[in-house]
Ligand binder design. Structure first.
Ligand SMILES: Nc1nc2c(c(=O)[nH]1)N[C@H]1C(S)=C(S)[C@@H](COP(=O)(O)O)O[C@H]1N2
Ligand SMILES: [Mo]
Length: 256
């Protein structure tokens, strides 16, 4: 059972085409349809403009209670990275996993899963909205990204945090990636999550570590994070638009 969506959010979701049967196809199908990025683009400009008017960037996303949890938190996009290095880590319960953090930071470092779990954690029950037209409420636990930033110390020139994932998206090995700005990176609800619904994060949902960032759409929440880089620009990374889906035409700031 999910709680009713606020009227503002319902308006925004409708503006983006949520609930429309046209949007119930897979992300892949959407990317192949020429009109979709254009529709999303204009709708998202409206979303961003409206969002800026009604909700300051520092605001907290709505949190729910255990009674609101979805029966099942479905998986979307990659559900098991087709990558030998990832498969080797998974076979050994991610004991050898190291999250690399570097780029424009004073102290580049890496974290094992135990290191991340030893950081102060946050637990939040939030609603995930995918542009494909589904939503789910889940309980997430993870290290706040802000705690990691306090340790690695971003240089003043750092403007974005880029997440590099394990999953290849095509035959030539393009990887899923995403980026956010420093304001979202320091936000208290931005987590490097390692638990979903009181269980270790399943491979389906991004094990061992995925981003939760509750004021943006699902595609921003990178799963299977292997590396984090702080940068001052992203136009020189992959397709130059700041994320795998952004490179296909999705909006970079997917605020809701
Ligand atoms: N690495 C990676 N991260 C990803 C994706 C993906 O395919 N690969 N899909 C995105 C999309 S479109 C959504 S809606 C959510 C789905 O998260 P879930 O599998 O936990 O439902 O992950 C996002 N993060
Ligand atoms: Mo999505």
């Amino acid at each position: 059972m999910t709680k009713p969506v606020s009227s503002r959010r319902r308006f925004l979701l409708r503006a983006m085409g949520f609930g429309s049967a046209l949007f119930l196809s897979g992300c892949d199908r959407l990317s192949r349809s020429e009109w979709f990025p254009k529709v999303l683009d204009s709708a998202e400009k409206l979303t961003l403009a409206t969002q800026r008017l009604v909700m300051p960037r520092k605001a907290m996303a709505q949190e729910f209670t255990a009674a609101d949890l979805s029966h099942e938190f479905r998986s979307n996009g990659t559900n098991n990275p087709d990558n030998p290095a990832y498969q080797a880590l998974a076979a050994n319960d991610f004991v050898d996993y190291r999250l690399q953090i570097g780029g424009l930071v004073a102290h580049p470092t890496s974290y094992s899963l135990d290191d991340l779990m030893a950081l102060p954690s946050r637990t939040q029950i939030t609603r995930h909205d995918c542009v494909e037209g589904w939503s789910a409420i889940g309980k997430w636990k993870g290290a706040q990204l802000s705690r990691v930033l306090e340790q690695v110390k971003p240089l003043p020139s750092a403007k974005y945090v880029v997440f590099y994932c394990a999953d290849p998206m095509d035959a030539i090995g393009t990887r899923y990636y995403e980026s956010i700005d420093m304001e979202d990176a320091w936000h208290p609800q931005t987590l490097l999550a390692y638990e979903l619904n009181d269980e270790p994060l399943p491979i389906d949902n991004g094990a061992p570590i995925r981003v939760r960032m509750e004021r943006q759409l699902g595609y921003k929440m990178a799963k299977y994070i292997m590396q984090i880089q702080l940068v001052d620009r992203f136009d020189n990374i992959a397709g130059g638009k700041g994320g795998y889906w952004e490179d296909q035409g999705y909006e970079w700031y997917a605020g809701i």
